[in-house]
Design a binder for this molecule. Structure first.
Ligand code: NAD
Ligand code: LMR
Length: 412
């Protein structure tokens, strides 16, 4: 029979499970353990013989308590928690393939008070139309559309209200791949698009987190972060969105193991293109059960998942819906962090955890945005080798971005 102890707080006896469930969330685990040590154990015979006395009755009470108290506790906890945020978010390229589903997920987030949907006058749907549509969702967010003319700099031509006061700017604006293209092929055109938007953010919302979805993430993020640094702004505000790699890795592990991907969380480190995408299967307990001989193939599937979608869409774009979902997952985590509820997500940021200046690893998002860049953690033999391969390829793509920043300025 499990050891039961009397809680001096109410004089009732509890098992460790009941006790720890009750106090979980109220106090740190160590404090609960210390308090448990202070509680007097119930003598075995006494506990049984007591009938409706203090030792027996609490059993039912404890059960009820375990069931009822978490509710009360949850209520108290909810009260103690900070209220949901009232943040302003902008989606640049918000009327595009990713932009529309992403804007929808963001409009649903209770931390969002205002959402700007920004796009060009050549977008497939006017941003005002996307905003009108999303504006009918029965959520607290107010959605507004903003348009800019193709070829005119956002920094001078975009209504400043679009970005002013933004806490988070999600940036899928840019060209997607076609079959046969690499992400790197998009650099020339997309770097200039990203720079135009980043310029406007530097002017109107320099404190905002800028989440770069536009490809090639591996080069665009260093380019924009270095431009920010040159301007005297914080390069850690520039965050590369690689969440879709984690989403895919967890999905594929779920398919192979027959387990629910909801409970699978494979970190994907390195970068976001080809062999720079490095899933760390050994760090997820479900993925770690997969036979090592199947890992190379699974690893390759995650690396090539973007191309799988590009080919299936046959020249009509790349991943948009899964990216909208993944971008929103990161966006929600960033906003939760800003609201005081820290979240951990993999993201591609300026980093010193390897010998490369930019790297994807787990990042803690908190009140100030990127709170902490976490180390890679333990790798097995296969992963240790893969890391060297990933870093060699990533290094070249980082250099492309750094060179772009050396040759350009933010004009704002
Ligand atoms: P899309 O063509 O459907 O949409 C892009 C939108 O950006 C369009 O509406 C376009 O009008 C708009 N746009 C272009 N220039 C702009 C500017 N200067 N200001 C404002 N808006 C502008 O493309 P998509 O499928 O949404 O993909 C967008 C980008 O995201 C691509 O570069 C793609 O490669 C990338 N992507 C990244 C990931 C990732 O994991 N990071 C995943 C999928 C796609
Ligand atoms: C993806 O991974 O789906 C994106 O990077 C888009 C692409 O070009 O593959």
């Amino acid at each position: 029979m499990a050891d039961r102890r009397v809680d001096p707080d109410d004089g009732a006896a509890y098992t460790w499970d009941e006790f720890s469930v009750y106090y979980k969330g109220k106090y740190k685990k160590k404090a609960i353990e210390e308090y448990w040590e202070e509680c007097k154990p119930v003598k075995k015979g006494k506990d049984k013989a007591k009938g409706k006395g203090k030792g027996e009755e609490p059993k039912a009470k404890a059960k009820a308590k375990v069931k009822a108290e978490p509710k009360a506790k949850a209520k108290a906890k909810a009260k103690a928690r900070k209220p949901p945020g009232a943040f302003k978010v902008c989606v640049c390229g918000g009327a595009g393939g990713i932009g529309q589903p992403l804007s929808m997920f963001i409009a649903l987030d209770p931390n969002v008070k205002e959402l700007s949907v920004f796009d060009l006058n050549i977008a497939m749907v006017p941003p005002a139309g996307v905003a009108a549509d999303l504006g009918h969702l029965d959520k607290k967010s107010e959605v507004k559309g903003y348009v800019a003319e193709l070829g005119k700099p956002a920094v001078t031509d975009l209504d400043p209200e679009c970005l002013k006061g933004c806490n988070l700017v999600l940036i899928p604006a840019g060209m997607p791949r076609k079959p046969g293209q690499t992400r790197d092929d998009l650099f020339k055109v997309n770097a200039d698009i990203a720079k135009g938007i980043v310029e406007a953010c530097a002017k109107h919302c320099p404190e905002a987190i800028l989440a770069m979805i536009v490809n090639p993430v591996n080069s665009i993020v260093p380019a924009m972060a270095e431009l920010y640094k040159k301007k005297g702004l914080d390069p850690m505000k520039i965050v590369g969105v690689t969440t879709l790699d984690c989403v895919r890795a967890s999905k594929f592990v779920g398919q192979i193991t027959g387990k629910n991907p909801n409970f699978i969380n494979v970190p994907v480190i390195g970068g976001h293109a080809g062999i720079t995408i490095m899933p760390v299967f050994s760090q997820d307990k479900t993925a770690a059960t997969i036979d090592q001989e199947k890992i190379a193939e699974l690893d390759k599937r995650v690396q090539d998942a973007g191309t799988e979608v590009v080919n299936a869409k046959n020249g009509k774009g790349s991943a948009t819906l899964s990216m909208g979902y993944a971008g929103a997952r990161l966006g929600r985590s960033i906003l939760a962090g800003l609201a005081g509820r820290r979240r951990v997500e993999c993201a591609y940021v300026k980093s010193d955890i390897t010998d490369l200046p930019y790297f994807t690893s787990k990042v803690v998002f908190g009140e100030g945005g990127v709170q902490k860049v976490l180390p890679i953690g333990e790798l097995n033999e296969y992963e240790t080798k893969r890391l060297e391969e990933a870093k060699a390829a990533l290094k070249i793509e980082i250099e492309t971005g750094v060179k772009y920043a050396e040759a350009n300025e933010l004009n704002c």
